[in-house]
Design a protein around this ligand. Sequence first.
Ligand code: ATP
Length: 258
Amino acid sequence: MNKPLLTLSGLTMRFGGISALEAVSFEVEEGKTTSVIGPNGAGKTTLFNCITGMYRPTSGQVSLRGEDITAAPAHRIARHGIARTFQNLALFGGLSVLDNLMTGAYLQGRSGLLQGAFLTPAARAERRAAEAAARETLAFLGMEDVADAAPAELSYGKQKQVEFARALMQNARLVLLDEPMAGMSKTEKTAMSGLIQRVKRERGITFLIVEHDIPVVMDLSDHIVVLDFGRKIADGLPEAVRQDPAVIAAYLGSDPHH
Ligand code: ATP
């Protein structure tokens, strides 16, 4: 096993009387795809929010390459090399695909979007670098043809791909994808799966994915963690998790659509 990139130890998050996460521990291996699955309300989104600094966990620890990053503010987590996409599309409708990707680069940049508007020489240089990086990312993903399109002109699946591309613009080593296949057709899911696999293989990026489509998850993941009512009930290779009686029981007792 490679060294863990991300380690969660005893992560607990309570909202009033609800335990959204209860002492969850697992490791995310560098250069692999780890997926978190579980019925509705299992705590998957809460887990992402704890990792990315949007929630401060009630107790427990998040560490990145051994460094404690628990409850660091979201912008610092981004600078640590963690990027994420959201469950619902979060693209800027008024910007082209290229400009949407460039906002991803600005999250890394020094002068920032606001100063960029005033076009100081430093901001201009940064803008040029961001545009080159955005074009390069689109080319790598085979999406150059949509650079000038507005997100609304694209199919839902393509928009999700743009969001994925924007997350890659942050030069993150760890990319968290929150339901990357939600609302997609089978063809779109296959395309997205292919992109994720290729980025992992060719760029060595580590993925942590929350996804409801179990066959897709089984196909895509090196490692699967199963949550149910905030607790980890299984953790292992896809084959082992698929046959785990506790996992089967958790899914049989839940909404058949998920
Ligand atoms: P889904 O698959 O439906 O997206 P999930 O596995 O992502 O579900 P979470 O959204 O993490 O589950 O929710 C876990 C539990 O925590 C649920 O009982 C939810 O109602 C509760 N919860 C999540 N966020 C909050 C919050 N901000 N305030 C109060 N309760 C919350």
